[in-house]
Design a protein around this ligand. Structure first.
Ligand SMILES: NC(=O)c1ccc[n+]([C@@H]2O[C@H](COP(=O)([O-])OP(=O)(O)OC[C@H]3O[C@@H](n4cnc5c(N)ncnc54)[C@H](OP(=O)(O)O)[C@@H]3O)[C@@H](O)[C@H]2O)c1
Length: 257
């Protein structure tokens, strides 16, 4: 299938590693010109040099002007953004019962504010040109809140509600807005979480993985490439009638319909 995005400009937030990098690679393979973004400038440059038409944009999305500067630099190098992929670091774990007012602010600061900043900068242009794709990388916690990830569950649910509202507002301008929800995709972050869990509980990493795999019907973690391919479809021209959805890429982990 031709995804119809050759020559489109894509800004992929937090794409020097993990899921963001997998999405950037999948979009570049379809001919999109991708801005690889992250705090590690040299790594972004190394990745961009390996992908046709890609450029590196150093950015700290947690900085007050991070989102705005990422869009400005991308547009200087590649022109107006047609495809925006929202992604960023996950918050620290913690229980809902111990959340204080600062944690609620942190949830919004980390998981909504930078994404809103990026959207605000690119949306007027997408609407004017009557074509755009906004895709946010979320978490299965949006559908089934994850234990001990209260800040993440809270912030991601807020982002999901915002995006769903936005999807209807911009639909007539041929801009789609969707969420892609990873279950457990084998990235550095998931490996770190498994190591931390093993240390905390005094068991081996293999024990943790085995326990985790029992909950996933396909009995394995997802490959970043599988996640990237799903994201590329949601950012494609043929996906023009898919908007306002939260699609799970989780090997069947979440059991609800
Ligand atoms: N992997 C999964 O199965 C899974 C499941 C559920 C949810 N998620 C969520 O999906 C997101 C991505 O996860 P991942 O597994 O791909 O994580 P990862 O492997 O740790 O990659 C994180 C990426 O974020 C970038 N980053 C971190 N802080 C940044 C900042 N302040 N500004 C700009 N870029 C920043 C990092 O690059 P630099 O270091 O260069 O900045 C890196 O490219 C996270 O929010 C995670 O919680 C992942």
């Amino acid at each position: 299938m031709d995804l119809g995005i050759a020559g489109k400009t894509a800004l992929v937030a937090a794409s020097t590693g993990g899921l963001g990098l997998a999405v950037a690679r999948a979009l570049a393979a379809e001919g999109a010109r991708v801005a690889i973004t992250g705090r590690r400038r040299e790594l972004a440059e190394k990745i961009a040099a390996q992908l046709p038409g890609a450029v590196a944009v150093e950015v700290d999305l947690s900085a007050p002007d991070g989102a705005a500067s990422a869009v400005e630099r991308t547009e200087e190098l590649l022109g107006p953004v047609d495809i925006l992929v929202l992604n960023g670091p996950g918050p620290k774990p913690g229980a809902a019962a111990s959340m204080d007012a600062g944690d609620f602010t942190a949830a919004l600061d980390l998981l909504v504010r930078p994404h809103h900043g990026l959207i605000s900068k690119v949306l007027p242009g997408m609407r004017e040109r009557r074509w755009g794709r906004v895709l946010a990388i979320g978490s299965s916690g949006v559908v089934a809140p994850l234990p001990n990830l209260a800040v993440s569950n809270t912030g991601r649910a807020a982002l999901a509600a915002y995006l769903k509202t936005l999807a209807a507002e911009v639909a007539l301008d041929s801009v789609t807005v969707n969420l892609l929800l990873p279950g457990r995709i084998a990235t550095d972050r998931v490996a770190e979480l498994d190591h931390a869990a093993a240390k905390r509980r005094g068991v081996t990493v293999t024990d943790i993985e085995r326990e985790s795999l029992k909950t996933i019907p396909v009995r394995r973690y997802g490959n970043p490439e599988e996640f990237g391919a799903t994201a590329a479809f949601l950012c494609s021209a043929p996906a023009s009638y898919v908007t306002g959805v939260a699609l799970r890429c989780d090997g069947g982990l979440i059991r609800s319909l």
